[in-house]
Design a protein around this ligand. Structure first.
Ligand code: GDP
Length: 458
């Protein structure tokens, strides 16, 4: 690894800011930096101690490009495991680009997206699940997503997966030892014991697999669709939640024809809200498209928010929506509580069988109850990261599913009283599938693909 080319990139964001960082990693990192660094005290970076900071200038020929601080960190105690230099310069895009160009002219090459993290992985500084957590951390949209990637970065998922793999490896080793040395190691009653162990392991993996739904919602937001008859106040609710005038609010029934999608944060929980045309039976072609889209969105949604206008009575369109939300995660909002009630809370509750949250989008009341209901519904009141490991990544979910499939095959072999050497193959497959999460058993192509999704300079 250490003989690879030295790479460099701007590690801070792609816009002007107070401070910018140019990162250089590889065998030549210090030498490259030395060629463009001038110290007022005539220091030479090659001679300084590791993990020290140095004041000076970045020079190109005789021109000063910037006044900087240079961090010199020798491997293996660095992010990539290689010699690393970070140049802290002023954060203007032009300055950063000029320094980067100077670095490249003096012996480094431009890093590909994710290449620093890829080197960290290849040099054994972090497993794949941690590397992916770095990317999630950078992209985290909300507080919970951030917490879950920090927990993954600290190795929660790694520990869980490694633990499961070790258990499986232990069984493989035992079977192989027994087959090699049948005189001393007996396999009597082993299949029953193995069966019991597998069931326990499967239970754990199923929990992990199921955490994906929550994990996805934490990371990407809860797919939410707002439904209700025209004029119920769906756009007003959306505007209230977003705190700005985005959807068009009018009092002509059926104006919200286009589907609007908004990502928003409600006390730390991300909602991807779709505001749709009111669901109602209609002859109007344009409106019909909106309605059918609304139905399609409702089918795929994690959550349906049903808005009812309390100043009108329930009719057959409401019946249709009530049918739609049966057996679904839904919040029913009784809107316009500032007006005289035609439809009461009790009446609505009786019809829908969900608890009712009274609100007034106009007077901006009832939002706290909506937030509370949301937390109760999705995260049992509190999102906890201490005792549960979440899977937030489709790749990880597939790997767990594969491992489960293989373990089921082992169980089947146990039931069918197959010879013991049959077990090893499927046990090994399960082990390999889990190894793909931590990166112990992945090929180069997959590694390249994963890291190519990283941002520049990471
Ligand atoms: P949508 O068709 O379901 O999106 O409904 P809109 O959000 O466009 O609202 C329809 C009408 O109801 C508008 O005139 C709103 O100002 C009004 N409206 C919405 N929410 C309330 C509310 O809580 N109280 C009152 N009095 N009017 C509301």
């Amino acid at each position: 690894m250490n003989t690879q080319e030295t790479i460099a990139a701007i590690a801070t964001g792609g816009s002007n800011s107070g401070i910018g960082i140019i990162r250089i990693s590889g065998e030549e990192a210090v030498a490259v930096a030395d060629r463009i660094y001038r110290s007022p005290k005539r220091k030479c970076l090659k001679e300084v101690e590791s993990h020290t900071v140095h004041y000076g200038y970045i020079m190109e020929k005789d021109e000063i490009l910037d006044e900087v601080l240079v961090l010199v960190m020798r491997g293996p105690s660095t992010y990539t495991g290689e010699d690393t230099v970070e140049i802290d310069c002023h954060g203007g895009m032009l300055v950063m680009e000029r320094i980067l160009r100077a670095v490249i002219r003096n012996g480094a090459r431009l890093a590909q997206p994710g290449e620093f993290s890829k080197r960290a992985f290849l040099n054994g500084k972090m497993d794949l699940s941690k590397a992916e957590a770095v990317m999630d951390l950078i992209q985290a949209k909300n507080e919970y997503a951030l917490k879950s990637s920090v927990s993954q970065l600290r190795g929660a998922l790694y520990d869980k997966i490694t633990g499961a793999r070790q258990e499986i490896l232990h069984e493989i080793a035992f079977i192989e030892a027994a087959l090699d040395d049948p005189e001393h190691i007996s396999l009597d009653h082993y299949p029953e014991k193995l069966g019991a162990k597998l069931r326990k392991l499967e239970e754990d993996l199923i929990k992990l697999k199921d955490s994906f739904q929550n994990g996805r919602m934490i990371r990407e937001g809860i797919r939410t669709v707002i439904v209700g008859k025209p004029n119920a106040g769906k756009s007003s609710l959306l505007n209230l939640l977003l705190g700005e005038e985005r959807a068009i609010v009018t009092d002509v029934a059926g104006t919200t024809r286009d589907i609007l999608e908004e990502n928003m944060n409600l006390s730390g929980i991300s909602l991807n809200i779709v505001d749709t045309a009111g669901i109602r039976t209609t002859e109007d072609q344009v409106e019909k498209i909106g309605v059918s889209k609304a139905r399609a969105y409702a089918r795929d949604a994690d959550l349906i928010i049903y808005v009812v206008d309390s100043s009108t009575s329930l009719d057959e369109s409401d019946e249709e929506i009530i049918e739609l939300i049966r057996e679904r995660k839904a919040l029913v909002l009784l809107n316009k509580t500032d007006l005289d009630a035609v439809t009461t809370e009790e009446e609505l509750e009786k019809r829908v069988g969900h608890p009712i949250i009274p609100i007034s989008a106009k007077e901006k009341t009832g939002v706290e109850n909506l937030e509370k209901a949301l937390k109760d519904m999705f995260f049992h009141g509190e999102v906890s990261f201490n005792d549960q490991v979440y899977i937030t990544n489709v790749r990880h979910q597939r790997a767990v599913e594969e491992a489960l499939d293989s373990l089921k095959l082992v169980e089947q072999s146990v039931r069918d009283q197959m010879p013991e050497d049959f077990y090893s193959i499927d046990l090994r497959n399960a082990c390999d599938a889990l190894g793909a999460i931590t990166g112990d058993t992945v090929g180069e192509d997959l590694v390249n693909e994963i890291f190519s999704k990283f941002c520049m300079g990471k």
